[in-house]
Design a protein around this ligand. Structure first.
Ligand code: NAP
Ligand code: MG
Length: 488
């Protein structure tokens, strides 16, 4: 089995710790490689390399940086199938979704390459004569990028491409459940021509690599995607620096009595069981109008029973494994909690006996909004149905959680749709579509405890990774004072 290295200052090397760890294929439980268990000394070296490289990189004209990103997009496209297969092997999602994971990175590279010819500031008037005012975008400096395993190519791409186009360098710490995807991705970017030291990759545990990155004085910004608990520790320990947090969700789909139920059924299956429920935008609550509840439950149960669990590389598989054994145990704990709370189990509720981290797609009904299975992020294939009497109650239920990432409503009534759009507390609202389906040129992120107000992707992704510098040019030839009265 191959032992992979970490990238510091353009060289692939071993960690100072002398330790390694394995990443498993969750469908087979077989290791797919050994990885460096990085530590604080590796982080120190990586930060110093990034600091040095930043001084040159920030001066490369942004359109030239964009050309490198375009080359990265071409190389990613060329390697799409092999990268997608690796995604499936390392974290389990089914191959068509793994291809989507890589496609998102290609899209983001192309979008951010184009930003190299924009990076717009704005000009405005001045209150004084012969004075010019404008804003320009400038880089932040060295960034720390910390990512989860569930989109092992797309999420790093969401951070790396805007980070680079804005002229920053970075130290990247990927999730320990998907280090090989990160390494392959960075190797492609190296080939595209990102200069030495601009990108540094340190694998290893959150406590030994992520935490020192977060606390490092020379790192000017952190972009973190992951769980709320770790997100809260990041905000506590980061000190005075820019921090972008993309945390969890407990997303809901409202199905009104006037909805096209077949369409809603497709949306719930895709949102609830796609990626085995391991998306931050997964639909884990289905808020259903009482009038159609029984019928919709029957439709759902019959579809769920047809879902085929298996290795994501097989064409016959609909639902892949969970990421690891802990995730299976955590998911099952929630089945037990749901039953104890009095929710009714309609199907699933068990781990399978086969090799691999598989858990049956599970559906609860008679869930009340305050139950733990309706409040807490499970990150597994458990969906709960919450019956409601009308739209007001549906929206109150939707909002009765501490998260606020994605949401959806199925209705054919335009008043229902716009009332939901106006009143749902979430960063994303879908109408007649599932809770999943972001596109890279639109901002992505959530409200409440899903984040701290930053947005990734789209034009707002540029704001996350750049400073706004204000420039005043006074060409009057005399000292003019803003806000100070002068006699004419
Ligand atoms: P996680 O356990 O929070 O880990 C995320 C990353 O943080 C990993 O690289 C992890 O390293 C690292 N980390 C752990 N402890 C750390 C510490 N003390 N300091 C710094 N870094 C630390 O999350 P996950 O299980 O990988 O991913 C699932 C979570 O991500 C879910 O909550 C999901 O909703 C969320 N997510 C959110 C979005 C979004 O855009 N809102 C998108 C996808 C996923 P190790 O792997 O080494 O532990
Ligand atoms: Mg793995």
């Amino acid at each position: 089995m191959k032992t992979h290295k970490i990238l510091i200052d353009g060289k692939w090397r071993s960690s100072c710790s002398g330790k390694t760890f394995e990443s498993l294929n969750p469908a087979t439980e077989k290791p797919i490689g050994r990885f460096q268990s990085g530590n604080v000394d590796d982080v120190e070296k990586a930060v110093q390399a990034a600091k040095k490289a930043y001084e040159k990189w920030r001066k490369v004209p942004a359109p030239k940086r964009g050309l490198i990103l375009l080359r990265a997009a071409q190389l990613l496209r060329k390697n799409k199938e092999s990268l997608a297969r690796l995604v499936t092997q390392e974290m389990g999602k089914v191959l068509p979704e793994a291809r989507g994971d890589v496609q998102e990175a290609i899209d983001m590279a192309e979008y951010m390459a184009g930003e190299g010819r924009r990076l717009f500031g704005h000009t405005t008037t001045s209150e004084l004569p012969e004075k010019f005012s404008m804003t320009i975008k400038s880089p932040v400096g060295v960034y720390g990028l910390i990512t989860p395993w569930n989109f092992p190519i797309a999420i790093p791409a969401w951070k790396i491409f805007p980070c680079l186009i804005c002229g920053n360098s970075f130290v990247f710490k990927p999730a320990s459940d998907a280090p090989l995807c990160a390494i392959r991705f960075i190797q492609i970017l190296e080939k595209a021509g990102i200069p030495r030291g601009v990108m540094n990759l340190v694998t290893g545990p959150g406590s030994d690599v992520g935490a020192p990155i977060n606390k490092h004085e020379d790192i000017r910004g952190i972009s973190f995607t992951g769980s709320r608990d770790v997100g809260e520790s990041i905000i506590k320990d980061s000190g005075v620096k820019r921090v972008g947090l993309e945390l969890g969700g407990k997303n809901g789909i409202i199905v009104m009595d006037d909805a096209d139920l077949r369409l809603a059924l497709d949306g719930v299956i895709w949102g609830g069981y796609g990626t085995t429920g391991q998306r931050c935008t997964a639909a884990s609550r289905v808020i259903v109008h009482e009038k159609i509840r029984k019928k919709f439950e029957r439709m759902l149960v019959s579809r769920i029973r047809k879902l085929r669990l298996g290795n994501g590389l097989m064409k016959t598989t609909d639902v892949g494994p969970l990421i690891n054994r802990d995730a299976v145990d955590k998911t099952h704990q929630y089945t037990v909690i749901g039953k104890d709370e009095g929710a009714k189990l309609l199907c699933g509720g068990r781990a399978t006996k086969r090799k691999g981290f598989f858990y049956e797609p599970t559906l609860f009904t008679d869930t009340s909004p305050k139950m733990r299975i309706a409040q807490e992020e499970i990150f597994g294939p458990i969906v709960c149905i919450i019956p409601v009497r009308n739209l007001d109650q549906a929206i109150d239920t939707m909002n009765s959680i501490t998260y606020g990432l994605s949401s959806s409503i199925y209705t054919n009534d335009i008043k229902n749709a716009f009332t939901a759009i106006e009143n749902i507390e979430a960063g994303l609202v879908y109408v007649n579509s599932s809770t999943i389906g972001s596109e890279v040129h639109l901002p992505f992120g959530g409200v409440k405890k899903t984040g701290n107000g930053t947005r990734e992707a789209g034009i707002e992704g540029i704001n996350e990774f750049s400073e706004t510098k204000v420039v005043y040019v006074d060409y009057s030839g005399k000292l003019q004072k803003a806000q100070i009265d002068v006699e004419d």
